[in-house]
Design a protein around this ligand. Structure first.
Ligand code: BGC
Length: 506
């Protein structure tokens, strides 16, 4: 694995505490030290970071016409992906979920959620229409960094053993039924080609994962085999993407939920589609005539305002040319884009004085939560910004001017990300409305949202909402509610396990 891939993998936990591996850090330092020796002679006064900043702002601008173009292109790509596999950037994956939770679900169900640097296990006792969620418990375990680029068996054994120790702690508040296996909803937040509600093949890893041997395999079989090795006799009844879990979980409480979006380390969206609007189904219809489509919008790439920094980051990434929308708007990458801009400013315009700190040259050292903390520094003299620059990227001394410039760089990248995410959401709503007039606009429509980036970064959230309002106009945006549904995907997966239980009365 290349050094930049290793450090990208480390940064998959943009909202956790992972650091790049020492080998990756040293290799990156050496590369940059060599490059800087030749550039040092050209470094000029701090004030000349201005032209780089202005050029960045110009290139990252996402005014209304750009947003409109992105929304239209998103809608067009959705249609292409529904028409046939491989017809566009968007995979438009069938979820095989054709009935949404009704509220009648009853019994004890488990959920297991793998999607970033942590995995979560959860159990929920469902009490049907009147009692709904009677009790729930969960645990979160962080995944050791080396497992993110180890073997399939190592990763799944680790997960299964975490699940086994959680199940062993089941208390009497929960009521498994005699003679029945405990059932699990498995949230697996990577692009999977579903083959049924309880099986699916990993297409590729994203978010810095590079586990060998998993792509092309059924991830439910991988988990089932690992559970067997742990002596755990459970059954995976539903395999779901985190967006699909979020939609199902949110819909359990609110019938107006039509779309779910994740904005965290990675990004994605899903929505409810009419089966007769999916040409690649070739007329196949089941149950309600509706299903959930996992767009995998992270792979979208049309019309995005990109810069040299984005292109370099992509070229050096573990998956060049892939996940371009994700690399522009999601939590794993915003910090890294800013780091690249600051490095150029430090290098050619002496933003931080004569020397460029080694740490600033290490890929993925600056993380999105650092940007958030800096942008929300309200102290005199921007002390927090100074501290973060010192602690995280090794800038010993920074002038007030330099700190202000850093904040402007953060704001430029975060504004572009939030606005483009908003355009993506409008693209989905637009496509749904075009197909069924009155389905979305002119009535309450809820977009369920989850993910640390949206939850913890107020500026990002506001930029996103502004873009949605600008695109929809006053009247339509009044009815579109973007609702944060924290951890809905776990309960959602358990609900889908219940809805697809092997023991369900048909
Ligand atoms: C994955 C999606 C997932 C999203 C959010 C992306 O990298 O491809 O499947 O839904 O991250 O977790």
């Amino acid at each position: 694995m290349s050094p930049s891939a290793a450090s990208a993998a480390a940064a998959a936990g943009s909202f956790s505490n992972l650091a790049p591996s020492p080998a990756a850090a040293a290799a990156a330092r050496r590369r940059w030290a060599a490059a800087r020796c030749s550039a040092a002679g050209g470094r000029v006064a701090a004030a000349s970071a201005g032209p780089i900043l202005r050029e960045l702002q110009r290139r990252c601008a996402a005014p209304l016409p750009v947003l409109r173009h992105v929304a239209d292109a998103m809608a067009a790509d959705m249609r292409a992906g529904l028409a046939g596999d491989g017809a566009g950037d968007l995979k438009m994956i069938l979820s095989y979920v054709d009935s949404l939770p009704t509220g009648n679900e009853k019994g004890l169900f488990y959920a297991l959620d793998l999607g970033g640097t942590n995995f979560r296990v959860l159990r929920v006792q469902l009490g049907g229409k009147d009692q709904r969620v009677v009790d729930t418990e969960f645990e979160q375990v962080s995944i050791p960094q080396e497992l993110m680029y180890g073997t399939t068996e190592e990763l799944f054994d680790f997960i299964a053993s975490g699940l086994a120790s959680f199940v062993a702690k089941e208390s009497e508040k929960f009521h498994p039924l005699e003679g029945r296996k405990r059932e699990i909803g498995f949230t697996f937040s990577f692009p999977v080609k579903q083959t049924s509600i309880d099986s699916g093949i990993l297409i590729k890893w994203t978010k810095g994962f590079a586990v060998s041997g998993t792509a092309g395999k059924d991830v439910v079989a991988c988990l089932t085999e690992a559970m067997k090795r742990q002596g755990l006799d459970m059954r995976v009844s539903a395999l779901v993407n985190d967006t699909v879990g979020t939609l199902a979980g949110a819909r359990y409480w609110d019938d107006d939920v039509m779309v779910a979006v994740i904005l965290g380390t990675g990004t994605n969206a899903c929505y409810i589609e009419r089966m007769d609007a999916i040409p690649k189904l070739q007329g196949l219809q089941t149950g309600s005539g509706k299903t959930i489509i996992n767009t995998e919008w992270g792979a979208f790439s049309t019309g995005l305002p990109l810069t040299e920094f984005d292109k370099d980051m992509d070229n050096e990434s573990i998956n060049p040319g892939e996940q371009i929308f994700e690399k522009t708007i999601s939590g794993m990458y915003l910090g890294e884009i800013v780091r690249r801009v600051l490095l150029k400013m430090a290098d050619v315009s002496a933003l931080f004085g004569e020397s460029v700190p080694d740490q600033l040259s290490v890929p993925f050292t600056l993380r999105t939560p650092d940007l958030c903390a800096m942008q929300n520094d309200s102290s005199d003299g921007l002390k927090e910004v100074g501290l973060i620059l010192n602690d995280v990227v090794g800038v010993k001394k920074s002038s007030l001017e330099a700190r202000k410039t850093v904040i402007e760089v953060c704001d430029t990248i975060v504004k572009r990300g939030g606005r483009l995410a908003g355009a993506g959401i409008v693209g989905i709503l637009q496509k749904m409305e075009e197909d069924s007039k009155g389905l979305i606009f002119g009535k309450r429509t809820v977009v369920a949202m989850d993910g640390g980036l949206y939850e913890h970064y107020p500026q990002y959230r506001n930029y996103l909402k502004d873009a949605v309002a600008e695109l929809l106009g006053d009247e339509d945006s009044k009815h579109v509610v973007i609702e944060h549904t924290k951890d809905g995907s776990g309960i959602g997966a358990a609900l889908l396990a219940a809805a697809n239980s092997k023991y369900r009365e048909r």
